[in-house]
Design a protein around this ligand. Structure first.
Ligand code: DGT
Ligand code: CA
Ligand code: CA
Ligand code: ZN
Length: 587
């Protein structure tokens, strides 16, 4: 088991013990152990090998043995019985916001509820409100929580879906009978939230390949298993579809299964206008013979239709008289017209990004030192990194006061002298206070290379109040970047209301860059609003909002979002040299 899986298991055991009414000290020990395990930064295998688990605070001999057993076998013999004694549906109720083990214990014990749908039913019948310690208010809250879970069912964060699908894709792509492989659907389009994963393969042995696919260890159950079309439910809860086609069909199938559906419909329309037919098997001409397209002509089976052979997607677009449309743009929001007019912008690429801003360190709520973060950025091939620890008002995240800022500057100056090949910009993520003032004040803020201003508190304002608050911060002359435009957390929290047009206009007027926050849970500003902001003349900056060394690589997700927003390298601050950036920041 991985560290994360072990932590999850320990937490599950703690919850089960609590539901079962076991000794509270024992319960707390397991919750604690789960937290400790997820916070371990060293390699767990190495720690176990050196017998060093017990040296960690919060882990005794007994727990150390349990962790080792989980690490090696994935099971805990001592708890198998007690885990099996609690129905899976009872544990699932813990997913409902505001429903913890204590409540589950009562719901299960008193009302014999063993599933979320059973709970929903009992709430509607008013039975939950009558339980001791519950009441009408709690019952309503539970119903709201259930509605929220249902809304998010079958939806996954892009990054989570991608990391689940990568090992599967790799195995399929490496299969000796597979000639070409590609991830399609919303994942290829870099949608911030995806429903399922789609894998497309070119092979002459579809049956053999499909049989291999449905038997992968990540598969929980098989939903459909045909020769060319299979679907499975993965253990992590997401569906994965597989399609096998021939090498000749591949480009058309790739285009079709990349979607979006709306883009496909519009493309088919264009084919029709040109006297052609387009589907997942190919592009066909309906005219008897056309010398201009005769080069790749082949007679197909269906009555007089001729397949126009295309070696790749680019050729497909070319045959329709269009410029190639990158997958991220295929949302039918004007890309078809742009491709017809040969006005597809040259989208920014990951390799264009020369460095990142907005990184947290152990000075506030990050897990790595500034030095570790800088070296991590360098290892990714970046030329610079900008720190941005929280400011004092974010006390829950260890925000910096003026004195700590001074100390941090000394550390950064020292590192900038010591480290070669990576420059550290001094920044801060300063809170936009409820009245629009920026935390720490102008005197301290003006000593930074740059200030990211973000809202982290008092979200429940009206749109008018919030817009006024943010614009006041944008007008603060020390602020150079507006952090996460709406504060949304994908699949869990709506953003605060803002008048986007007014905020964008203020950013343009006061020369403040708009952050594309690239944390997988945020991806905020929403890509749908990027073209508008670009048209108004906004400058963008792709920020990983990293809280660990591995989080620095988040900027790749931001590049995907920038591409969905049709941005070029020129629109993005991170593509410039250190000198150019220093100049821009001083403006
Ligand atoms: P998702 O899975 O909900 O995140 O979104 P997609 O876009 O991956 O959708 P999915 O998995 O249902 O289908 C994959 C692609 O197949 C989709 O992007 C376009 C194509 N497709 C599916 N159904 C239709 C359809 O009814 N008409 C057309 N033209 N294309 C479709
Ligand atoms: Ca899909
Ligand atoms: Ca699908
Ligand atoms: Zn923030």
């Amino acid at each position: 088991m991985t560290k994360e899986e072990i932590a999850q298991k320990l937490e599950e055991i703690a919850a089960i013990l609590e539901i079962k009414g076991e000794n509270p000290f024992k319960v707390r020990a397991y919750y604690n152990a789960a937290r400790v395990v997820s916070g371990i930064t060293e390699d767990l295998g190495a720690l176990i090998g050196k017998n060093q688990l017990v040296a960690i605070k919060g882990i005794g001999k007994n727990l150390a043995e349990h962790i080792q057993e989980l690490y090696e076998t994935g099971h805990l013999k001592e708890y198998e019985k007690i885990i099996a004694s609690v129905p899976a549906g009872v544990l699932e109720m813990l997913r409902i916001p505001g429903v913890g083990p204590k409540k589950v214990k009562v719901l299960w014990g008193k009302l014999r509820i063993t599933s979320i749908s059973g709970l929903e039913h009992s709430c509607h019948a008013g039975r939950v409100a009558t339980l001791e310690g519950f009441g009408e208010k709690t019952q309503t809250k539970i119903l709201e929580g259930i509605a929220q879970i249902k809304k998010h069912e079958g939806k996954f964060l892009y990054a989570m879906a991608l990391s689940a699908i990568e090992p599967i894709f790799e195995k399929m792509a490496k299969h000796p009978k597979v000639k070409i492989a590609e991830v399609c659907g919303s994942l290829r389009r870099c949608k911030e939230i995806v429903g399922d994963a789609d894998i497309l393969l070119a092979t002459a042995s579809p049956k053999e390949v499909s049989d291999f696919f449905v038997k992968l260890p990540q598969v929980e159950r098989v939903l459909a298993h045909g020769e060319t079309k299979s679907s499975v439910m993965l253990k992590m809860g997401m569906q994965c579809d597989l399609r096998c086609v021939t090498v000749e069909e591949f480009p058309s199938a790739l285009h079709y299964f990349t979607g979006s559906k709306e883009h496909n419909v519009a493309m088919r329309q264009i084919a029709q206008e040109k006297g052609m037919k387009m589907n997942e098997y190919g592009l066909f001409t309906l005219r008897p013979f056309d010398p201009s397209t005769s080069s790749g002509l082949r007679v197909s089976g269906a009555g007089g239709e001729r397949l126009i052979l295309c070696k790749d997607e680019a050729k497909l677009f070319e045959k329709l008289g269009m410029e190639y449309i990158p997958p991220e743009m295929r949302e039918n929001i004007g890309e078809i017209e742009a491709a017809k007019a040969h006005k597809i912008p040259k989208l920014v690429e990951v390799k264009d990004i020369r460095g990142v801003f907005h990184c947290h360190s152990t000075w506030s709520d990050g897990t790595a030192s500034i030095e570790e973060m800088a070296l991590g950025a360098k290892a990714l091939g970046l030329e610079f990194i900008g720190t941005a620890d929280h400011s004092e008002a974010a006390h829950y995240a260890g925000g910096l006061n003026a004195k700590r800022v001074q100390e941090q500057f000394k550390e950064i100056d020292r590192l900038n002298k010591k480290l070669k090949g990576i420059h550290i910009f001094k920044g801060i993520e300063a809170d936009i206070l409820p009245d629009g003032e920026v935390d720490l004040g102008e005197k301290v803020l003006s000593t930074f290379d740059y200030v990211v201003a973000s809202v982290h508190s008092k979200f429940n304002m009206t749109e008018e109040e919030m817009t006024k608050r943010i614009i006041k911060a944008i007008k603060n002359k020390t602020v150079r970047i507006l952090g996460h435009m709406t504060g949304r957390l994908l699949l869990s929290r709506e953003g605060y209301p803002v008048n986007l047009a007014d905020v964008v206009k203020a950013c343009v007027d006061y020369d403040v860059a708009i952050e594309i926050n690239s944390s997988p849970m945020r991806l905020d500003i929403d890509w749908r609003n990027i073209p508008f902001a670009k048209e108004k003349g906004a400058m963008f900056v792709i920020n990983p909002d990293a809280h660990s060394v591995s989080g620095i690589a988040n900027y790749r997700y931001g590049v995907g979002i920038a591409r969905k927003g049709w941005l070029t390298a020129k629109d993005i601050l991170n593509t410039r040299s250190i000198e150019e950036i220093a100049k821009w920041l001083k403006k």
